[in-house]
Structures are given as structure tokens and as C-alpha cells.
Design a protein around this ligand. Structure first.
Ligand code: CP
Length: 309
């Protein structure tokens, strides 16, 4: 089987994305069985290497691999021999001689999954690299929007918030556009990256959140990433202008859905009444994330695109 590196959504062919979604839909049924276990990946070794905090991505990949009966090993940078001075290259050279077939890597440095692929020599999936890409988040977001809205063709997907630091926005934009959606954004100037128009010529900017709400079919709200280099701004003003509350939600286009990759800063970018609103799909995204990652592990570890029930 050929080793692959999923750095971003462009590493998947359009027909692979559709096959992946069909497979995820089939796998989703397994999550509702009394015994959530199938032997599909028995004997395969999956390594999770996380050098940044994560709840969803890590737990989701681990759960996905275990449901498919793969053997899972988890390493974090803070408990590895990196702390004793070993380089990341030597760490992955070492790990390459253990019986792993695939690694999921999260790292703060952009492009790190590509380097890991060289050192490790086996399949690599990017679980989020700095501000660059988060392909599996994009896949589960598109899968969830398609599941809810029926089709992505011609819909408007709008990202609201900290675009500068968002790997979710970068990967999601590429994927939603590939699947026929229009992508727009809405953010204060201090969260719009330099060279935005050149980098994203097909992404329109809404003047304000009210316009975004009126014209969008899917609103993807982004967390302000205070752990990364932050601009100087008024949090109170941001919350007033860009935080989504029940009053703003009343102006939304009919049928619009709200998503958020998580983690959510409750009460800041989304108010309680929005989190509890039926338009909000955040927990569906989490659930779908397991099915989408099961499908991706299946595709990458077996080389199969045909449906497995
Ligand atoms: N959406 C996402 O990547 O969440 P975690 O940081 O919890 O993995």
C-alpha cells in the first residue's frame, strides 16, 4: 500500500472526497450500535502525535481507530524524549521502526506534517499545523453542512472571527469551494490577514455580522486564538460586534445553520442561547468527526474507496 501525506484538502482528489463522505455516512451507523466495534483495521497500528493541546481531534481519531479495531498509541511532546533533547527527526526515525502504519500529527509549526512524512516514511495525516491547515476539520465541517442542507452546491458559507490565525478557515475555504459552495468571511480588520484579497480572491468580505447572517446558509464561527500572537483590540467591542447572540440570530437567513470547530469560548463568540439553538450543529460536528475520521483511516490504511458497511 502506498504511503500518503494529507497535509491539506488539496491532497485528496474530488472523487475521493465524495467516496469519503459516502463511507463516513455508512460508518456513522456503527456509532449507534450497542457494540461499537468492527474488525476492519485489525492488525493496523495508528500513532497519535500531538504537540499542541487537543480534545476533539485527538479523542476523535483515537475513537475512530479503536472502533475499527486498529491498535492505537498516543504520544504528546510534553511526555516524550523530546524533553531530553532528542530531535523531532530522530523521534520519528525511532518511531518508524515500531509497528505503526500511520501517524496523526498536530504541531504548532506550519508544514511539519510534510517533514514528518520524510522522517517517518509511512502515512501521515495532518491533525492541525499552526495557522496553516486542518484538513480533517474541514472534511467534517463540509460533511455536516451537506448532511443538514442536502447539497453544498451554490450555498454561501461564511467564516466569522479570527481569520488571521485560523487553519480551519484556510482548509475549509479550499474544501467548500471545491464542493461548489461560495465562501465569504466577516471579521474586524485586525483579524483579516495581510494580503487577504490576493490569497483568497474568491472570498468576499461582509461589512458586518448582520449582513453575513442575512446572506449565509452556513455560518462558521471561529474562536479568537489568544494563545497565538494577538493584535491589540477591545474584547468588549469584539464581543458586541461579532459575538453571536439570540438577537442577532433572529436576523439569519431562513434555514441557516451555525457551526464552530471548537473549542468554544462560551458567552464570548457564541452566547448560551445560540449554543442551545436548534440551528447550531456543534455537537453534530463532533459526532460526524468520528465517522469522517473512520472513513479516512479506512481509505488510507486499506487503499480502498469502495463502501465498507
Ligand atoms: N477543532 C479542534 O481541532 O479541536 P481540538 O483543538 O480540541 O482538537
Amino acid at each position: 500500500m502506498v504511503s500518503r501525506c494529507l497535509q491539506d484538502v488539496d491532497d485528496l482528489e474530488p472523487e475521493e472526497i465524495q467516496a469519503l463522505f459516502a463511507q463516513a455516512k455508512a460508518f456513522k451507523e456503527i456509532l449507534n450500535r450497542p457494540i461499537r466495534k468492527v474488525p476492519t483495521l485489525r492488525g493496523k497500528g495508528v500513532l497519535l502525535f500531538f504537540a499542541e493541546p487537543s480534545t476533539r481531534t485527538r479523542a476523535s481519531f483515537e475513537t475512530a481507530a479503536k472502533i475499527l479495531s486498529a491498535d492505537v498509541t498516543s504520544i504528546t511532546s510534553s511526555t516524550s524524549s523530546l524533553l531530553k533533547g532528542e530531535s523531532l527527526a530522530d523521534t520519528f526515525l525511532t518511531l518508524s521502526r515500531l509497528p505503526f502504519d500511520l501517524v496523526v500529527v498536530r504541531h504548532p509549526f506550519e508544514g511539519m506534517p510534510g517533514l514528518v512524512f520524510k522522517w517517518f516514511g509511512k502515512t501521515v495525516i495532518n491533525g492541525g499545523d499552526g495557522c496553516h491547515a486542518h484538513p480533517t476539520q474541514a472534511l467534517l465541517d463540509a460533511f455536516t453542512a451537506q448532511e443538514k442542507l442536502g447539497s453544498l452546491n451554490g450555498i454561501t458559507v461564511t467564516y466569522v472571527g479570527d481569520l488571521s490565525h485560523s487553519r480551519v478557515f484556510r482548509s475549509g475555504t479550499r474544501l467548500f469551494q471545491k464542493l461548489g459552495a461560495r465562501v465569504a468571511a466577516c471579521a474586524p480588520p485586525y483579524f483579516v490577514p495581510l494580503g487577504f484579497q490576493e490569497a483568497f480572491p474568491d472570498v468576499g468580505l461582509f461589512r458586518d455580522v448582520h449582513e453575513a447572517l442575512r446572506k449565509s446558509d452556513t455560518l462558521i464561527v471561529l474562536r479568537v486564538q489568544k494563545e497565538r500572537e494577538a493584535p491589540f483590540y477591545s474584547e468588549r467591542e469584539y464581543e458586541r460586534l461579532y459575538g453571536i447572540d439570540g438577537e442577532k440570530l433572529t436576523r439569519a437567513k431562513k434555514g441557516m445553520v451555525v457551526m464552530h470547530p471548537g473549542p468554544v469560548v462560551r458567552g464570548y463568540e457564541l452566547k448560551r442561547e445560540v449554543l442551545e439553538n436548534e440551528k447550531t450543529l456543534i455537537l453534530d460536528q463532533v459526532e460526524n468527526g468520528v465517522a469522517v475520521r473512520m472513513a479516512l483511516l479506512y481509505m488510507f490504511l486499506t487503499g480502498e474507496n469502495r463502501l465498507e458497511q
